[in-house]
Design a protein around this ligand. Structure first.
Ligand code: SF4
Length: 322
């Protein structure tokens, strides 16, 4: 992570982008910093700005445009904190904002403006564990962030160990973008920790939006994770210019299936400030998923969902004609 590319001028030079693009990249990065891991900086170098992978990670002038309805906290994280760093939106499950750090900064991230300094679990761990212990109705804990695999194996092991001591917890889920963006993170220590915990099989939810993210080293990382016996799911975001056509979504599902990963959710965009140019209307999402339903087996068709602040579950979007 220390070798991540974070300086717009270095990116422009290394990717041989037009000099004129530096001002826009810098302006967008001032709002949400540029961050690209070495793996992606290498793999994507030379690709066009419109490439579906580059588009997810390259800061752009579109992020500066203010659009009505796009806000800093579109999913209402601020209203569901049990203690700083522990969010509970749904019955029986709680989400730990384990760290502020991510392997990459996705330009459409709904937590682009999350106040990590005040509201992450890193410095409040005893309070987080105490809060989980106090409420035995919570049986599943989700390590999220940021990306929990930003933490070292030693820190992760301490966290998981403390969670194992909370008798009412029966399931552990990890949300991560590391395997596809920085695959070397899936190392032997991590694999051993996933196998050894009393929560095994751990549920690992990958975040992948395009089949090309699952090539080479990334595919190997996913296979290594699968070797631990973890349950592997994928959540994707429907993004304009990235995966907003049926062939691309079908290819993603096929690729996930080939690697033993279940395509679980296709999220409509959370309307966070700076991400309006990625939005695909719900009606278009419905048509796309209907098309997938007709060409793929049911287990390769993700559920189309939207997160609505204050609701007791994700909102499943009906595919029935209106
Ligand atoms: S890895 Fe996840 S939390 Fe981090 S920027 Fe991307 S979408 Fe947001």
């Amino acid at each position: 992570m220390e070798r991540s590319l974070t300086d717009p001028a270095t990116l422009v030079r290394r990717w041989r982008l037009p000099d004129a693009s530096l001002a826009d990249i810098s302006a967008a990065s001032d709002r949400f910093a540029l961050k690209l891991p070495e793996h992606l900086a290498r793999v994507l170098g030379g690709a066009a700005a419109s490439d579906p992978l580059v588009r997810q990670f390259l800061p752009s002038a579109d992020e500066i445009v203010e659009r009505e309805g796009f806000v800093s906290d579109p999913v209402g994280d601020a209203h569901v904190q049990r203690v700083p760093g522990l969010l509970q939106k749904y019955r029986g499950r709680a989400l730990v904002v384990a760290t502020a750090a991510c392997p990459v900064h996705c330009r459409y991230c709904f937590r682009r403006e999350y106040p990590y300094a005040d509201a992450s679990a890193a410095s409040r761990w005893p309070e987080v564990v105490a809060s989980l212990r106090e409420d035995p109705s919570i049986t599943e804990v989700i390590l999220s962030g940021g990306d929990p695999l930003s933490l070292s194996n030693a820190v992760l092991a301490r966290m998981v160990g403390a969670l194992e001591d909370v008798a009412s917890l029966t399931r552990l889920r990890i949300h991560t973008r590391f395997p596809t963006t920085s695959p070397s993170r899936v190392d032997d220590g991590l694999l051993e920790a996933l196998t050894r915990t009393r929560f095994a099989p751990v549920v690992v939810v990958l975040h992948v939006n395009h089949a090309r993210e699952l090539a080479g080293d990334a595919a190997d990382a996913v296979r290594r994770l699968r070797g631990t016996g973890a349950v592997l799911l994928c959540q994707s975001v429907l993004l304009r210019g990235v995966n907003d056509d049926e062939d691309t979504l079908a290819a993603l599902s096929e690729r996930l299936g080939a690697l033993g990963v279940v395509p679980y959710y296709l999220h409509l965009l959370d309307r966070v400030r700076g991400a309006g140019h990625f939005e695909v209307p719900e009606s278009e999402g419905v048509a796309l998923v209907r098309g997938l339903t007709e060409r793929l087996p049911g287990y390769l068709v993700p559920k189309l969902v939207r997160e609505v602040a204050g609701e007791g579950s994700k909102t499943l979007i009906s595919l029935a004609p209106r």
